[in-house]
Design a protein around this ligand. Structure first.
Ligand code: LLP
Length: 431
């Protein structure tokens, strides 16, 4: 199975020890379910591996965009992780959950004056400044507030992560950060160091997502260390933090590699130590920003089959009671997923079906060409695995379909952490 929280007993799937059918009876369909112990396990793997690889001052911050609701902040906060937040909405959610915002890092390539002010007022520990124009605005706003703000400077190392284009952010022509290659990053640092109301705590870079080995991080660390060295020579400035971003991948399909996170992080650590030694430079504290790899395999979506359509000589469809509104990732990225029938795990798939949703467009595909048993009936349960990241957080109200609830499982107990929306919720803001 894709992840150890998935087991099969008597032909039936169990997720975090619980049966999908029971969860659906208790909480309705469709449904996101999440496994708290898996989230916590991933947090600990990161935390421990980072301390071992980079030292006590290094730590992971959870990239909230992967999956954001109050209980996520409570869980990652209690595991000692910081948070990468990208909007006032994420900041407000973290605050409402009682999360310590001094451990929050506020990203975004396009922050308004109002957003910068709100973030600073909320007590966000670090703002990740995207470029020259923005750092001037941060300095001006914090000056008006009579405060000083810790910042990281987002640098574009010019690295191709070789994943899909939509998630590559470290290339020179990226909309994020200031590029080393063009000399803009060096100008950015000189400016930031001269401003009175910002304290430059270090550098940030992020290269891509769904990355399966240390190589991408090592290549970007190499570029960043050379940059750190040249800034040391130019300004005598050494960063406290080097934030290497997020991006470690997960298994969506059996053919995806089973990544040993701790070993991979250890490889990055060994590289940093060696290279810093050669450059006669102290090793900076390292921050990593995992999102997908904390949340994805801690989640699964359960649907009910509404209809099966066979078009002889063409195609077969299984249509479920959700779709691109709760999981837009195939429609956006042709993202792969594993789809199973939780009560028929021992039956062989013999027929290919496009598993589609209920939304009014043909692009509403969850996964094409899935091998499933020949006879599939209305009312059957269908599960899409590894949906804990970038599903709930990317859900929409297209077709005025209410969003699904999130049910969190811990030690055999299931509880609602996000309630199911009602049609009334959808027009609550209409006048
Ligand atoms: N840090 C920064 C600055 C990021 O831009 C991202 C993701 C992360 C951390 C977390 O990356 P992760 O560990 O989750 O790979 N919607 C897309 C993914 C977009 C990722 C954007 N940035 C998807 O569904 O695949």
């Amino acid at each position: 199975m894709l992840c150890k929280n998935l087991t099969v007993k008597d032909g039936r799937l169990r997720f975090a020890g619980m049966e999908p059918g029971e969860l659906m009876r208790a909480f309705g369909s469709p449904l996101y379910v999440m496994d708290e112990n898996r989230i916590r396990e991933k947090c600990r793997i990161y935390r421990d591996a980072m301390i071992a690889a980079f030292g006590e001052t290094s730590f992971p911050i959870y990239a909230s965009k992967a999956c954001c609701f109050k209980e996520m902040y409570r869980i990652i906060g209690s595991e000692g992780l910081g948070a990468d937040v990208v909007s006032i909405g994420e900041i407000a959610t973290a605050k409402a959950a009682g999360f310590d915002l001094s451990k929050a890092f506020y990203h975004s390539n396009s922050k308004s004056d109002e957003e910068i002010r709100l973030a600073a007022e909320a007590g966000v520990g670090y703002i990740v400044a995207d470029g020259e124009e923005e750092i001037r605005a941060i300095d001006r706003i914090l000056g008006e507030m009579g405060k000083r703000q810790k910042v990281l400077l987002r640098i574009t190392p010019g690295i191709d992560p070789h994943t899909y284009a939509e998630v590559a952010t470290g290339l020179v022509d990226s909309k994020f950060g200031e590029a080393i290659e063009t000399g803009q990053a060096a100008r950015f640092v000189a400016l930031a160091l001269s401003l009175p109301h910002v304290e430059v705590a270090g550098y940030h870079c992020h290269v891509g997502s769904q990355v399966h080995d240390a190589d991408v991080f090592i290549r970007s660390a190499e570029k960043m260390l050379a940059f750190i060295d040249s800034m040391r020579k130019a300004h005598g400035y050494l960063p406290e933090f080097l934030d290497l971003g997020g991006g470690y991948g997960v298994r969506y399909e059996e053919s995806d590699p089973d990544l040993d996170l701790a070993a991979s992080i250890a490889e990055i650590g060994a590289f940093l130590k060696k290279r810093c030694g050669e450059m006669d430079m102290p090793v900076p504290a390292v921050i990593l920003e995992p999102g997908r790899s904390i949340a994805a395999d801690a989640g699964m979506t359960l649907y009910t089959v509404n209809c099966v359509k066979r078009i002889p000589g063409y195609k077969n469809y299984v249509a479920v009671d959700g779709g691109m509104g709760d999981n837009p990732r195939y429609a956006l990225y042709e993202a792969p997923y594993t789809v199973v029938l939780p009560r028929r795990m021992d039956e062989k798939g013999t027929v290919r079906y496009d598993v589609v949703g209920k939304f009014c467009e043909s692009g509403d595909v969850i996964q094409p060409g899935v091998l499933l048993p020949e006879e599939i009936r209305r009312g059957e349960i269908l599960a899409v695995l590894t949906t804990g990241a970038y599903n709930y957080s990317m859900a929409s109200h297209y077709n005025r379909v209410p969003k699904l609830p999130v049910v969190m499982i811990k030690d055999g107990e299931a509880r609602v952490v996000v309630r199911r929306e009602t049609p009334e919720d959808l027009f609550a803001f209409d006048v």
